[in-house]
Every structure is written in C-alpha cells, then in structure tokens.
Write a protein that binds this ligand. Structure first.
Ligand SMILES: NC(=O)C1=CN([C@@H]2O[C@H](COP(=O)(O)OP(=O)(O)OC[C@H]3O[C@@H](n4cnc5c(N)ncnc54)[C@H](OP(=O)(O)O)[C@@H]3O)[C@@H](O)[C@H]2O)C=CC1
Ligand SMILES: O=C(O)C(=O)[C@@H](O)[C@H](O)C(=O)CO
Length: 278
C-alpha cells in the first residue's frame, strides 16, 4: 500500500501545533488497542485521541512503546472524566492517566465534558493550567464546551483553551460555536467526524465520492480538512484506517462544499447534549 501524503499541522494558541488528522480510539477494547495503535502509526497517523473514560489508555501506552516510531513524533491526547472534576481531583486523575499511559507527559489534556450542574469546570481548568505550567501537559484544552463556558474560562483565568473538541460532521456543522472559536483563537476539533458512519450513505456524499473515485469517508474527511478542523476518525479496520488518512491528494469543489453545507440539520446531534450530560 502506498504511503499517504503527510498530515499538515494546525497551529495552537500556545505556540505549539497538532496534526490535523489523528486516530480516535473510543470503543477500542483494551486488548486490541496496542496492535491497532501500531497499525495506525504504520499507516502514517501521528496523533492518538484517548480518554480516561475509554478504558484503553494502558493499551495506547503499550502500542506506543511497541512501535519503532519515537514518542517525540506522536501527539498524544487524553481527557479527564466527569467524576474527576475539581482542582485536587483533576490533578489526581491526570497522574492516574499518565501512569496508565506509561508516559511522563501528554501533548494535550482536555476536560472531557463541562458538566455545568457540577459547577466545577472552572476549578478543573485552573488545575489544567497548573499542569501546563509544570510541563506535564504540554497543551491544555476542553471538549464539549459551549460559547458561554469558553467565555467564562477566558474571563476568569485569562487562559483560552488551545482547542475545543466537539461533535461535528456534515449533519451537525456547529456554525455558531465555530464562530466563537474563531473569535477566541480556539481550534475546532471534530469528534465523530464521520457521524459514526451514519452520514456515509447520504446521496449527496456518495455522488461526490463516485465522481472523485474516492470513498464516502474520504469525502467527509476531506470536507473537515478543507474547513480547517482537526479531525480524529476512529476505525478498528486496518484498510479503513489507511483509507481515512489518505485524504490529502484530492480536493472538493465549491459545488461539493455547497452540497455538504446543505446537509446540516438542527436535530443532527448524535451524541449527548453538553448542557445536560453528566
Ligand atoms: N470528546 C468527546 O466527547 C468525544 C470524542 N470522540 C472521539 O472522536 C473519535 C471518533 O468518533 P467516533 O464516535 O468513534 O465516530 P466516527 O465518526 O469516527 O465513526 C466511527 C465509525 O465509522 C466506521 N468507519 C470508520 N472509517 C470508515 C470508513 N472509511 N468507511 C466506513 N466506515 C468507517 C467505524 O467502523 P469500524 O471501526 O468498524 O471500521 C465506526 O463504526 C472517537 O474515537 C474519540 O476519540 C468521540 C465521541 C465523543
Ligand atoms: O466518546 C466520548 O468521548 C464520549 O464522551 C462518549 O462516549 C459519551 O460519553 C457518550 O456518547 C455517552 O453515550
């Protein structure tokens, strides 16, 4: 199989950068994770997105240790789960994640969900700022935060997250939140970029795929790339993992973008609502 073109880097507001396309590992079983991480790295991925809640941080760590790719070449993201919010609890949870990963530092540490009813995301953010100051989390960010919650982090601490990882795919395009990110200098990272495969059989996508001689997943991922998002598709299927990173050798037209823009729906959310998810 030919090697795909290299993945571009996206600049973060702290002077660092993140590969624009990475490998998401939600729902990978711990036992299969090391070998699939190895396959991803062999396919050219240099960014892995895990979380304490995924139960596979140890598998990610093992996969990283078992590869010939050096640790310095791989951007590792993990996330703090909701029951570990609060200043001291967040510091403990971070230590536990590092121990499971077997790493001394992660490239990016995220608050997984804001959990507004807990009232702790601001204290949690202060803990992440400390972790960044200590250098153990090279960059820090959030996931599933709303515009109001992002504004509050910035106004209370003066530190904007590097990125906000949010549900984003052709059926749920998040225009308002993306505009807030642009205003605050926050990168948009898309989770469930393929809409958990539910958008792949949409005729608007398959028509473009047929014309370009590409797969529907490649069309959707190319749409993310051309919009400037960071994106983290998941697959447990080696051929699809390779296909998903091979999206840098073709381009969509303005007509393609218009057709995909028309797929946005007010009720297109697949995952939980960040305002209520605990
Ligand atoms: N911060 C957050 O709250 C969240 C973060 N995430 C992150 O985002 C990542 C990606 O999101 P996820 O929800 O997994 O969904 P995705 O949108 O990445 O879709 C994954 C699904 O699509 C299938 N698939 C992948 N590639 C192809 C392809 N080329 N052709 C056909 N089907 C394909 C996979 O099947 P198969 O595996 O069988 O190949 C799987 O069923 C997660 O792994 C996680 O890292 C996800 C949800 C929430
Ligand atoms: O995958 C993630 O990162 C999530 O947060 C999801 O698992 C989320 O918890 C969910 O979809 C629960 O149904």
């Amino acid at each position: 199989m030919a090697a795909p073109d290299p993945v571009p880097q996206i600049a973060l507001n702290d002077g660092r950068s993140i590969p624009q396309l990475g490998f998401g590992v939600w729902r990978l079983q711990e036992a299969e994770t090391p070998s699939l991480v190895g396959t991803a790295l062999g396919s050219g991925y240099r960014s892995i997105d895990t979380a304490a809640a995924y139960g596979n941080e140890a598998g990610v760590g093992r996969g990283l240790r078992e590869t010939v790719v050096s640790r310095a070449e791989v951007f590792v993201t993990t996330k703090l789960w909701n029951d570990s919010q609060g200043y001291d609890a967040a510091l403990r949870a971070f230590d536990e994640s590092l121990a499971r990963l077997g790493l001394e530092q992660v490239d990016l540490y995220l608050i997984h969900w804001p959990c507004p009813d807990r009232g702790l995301y601001l204290d949690t953010w202060r803990a992440l700022i400390r972790l960044r100051e200590e250098g153990r989390a090279a960059s820090i960010g959030v996931s599933n935060f709303t515009e109001g919650q992002l504004d509050r982090l910035v106004s209370e601490t003066g530190v904007a997250p590097t990125l906000n990882q949010i549900e984003l795919h052709p059926r749920f395009q998040q225009h308002a939140l993306r505009a807030a990110h642009a205003r605050l200098g926050i990168v948009t990272e898309a989770w469930s970029p393929l809409g958990q495969a539910q958008v792949l059989d949409d005729p608007a996508i398959t028509r473009i795929a047929d014309r370009l001689g590409r797969s529907p997943a490649q069309v959707v991922l190319r749409w993310h790339i051309e919009n400037g998002f960071v994106t983290i598709p998941k697959s447990a299927t080696p051929a699809r993992m390779h296909e998903n990173i091979d999206v840098f050798g073709f381009a969509l037209t303005q007509e393609d973008h218009a057709a995909i823009a028309a797929l946005d729906r007010a009720d297109g959310r697949i995952g939980p609502d960040p305002m209520t998810f605990q």
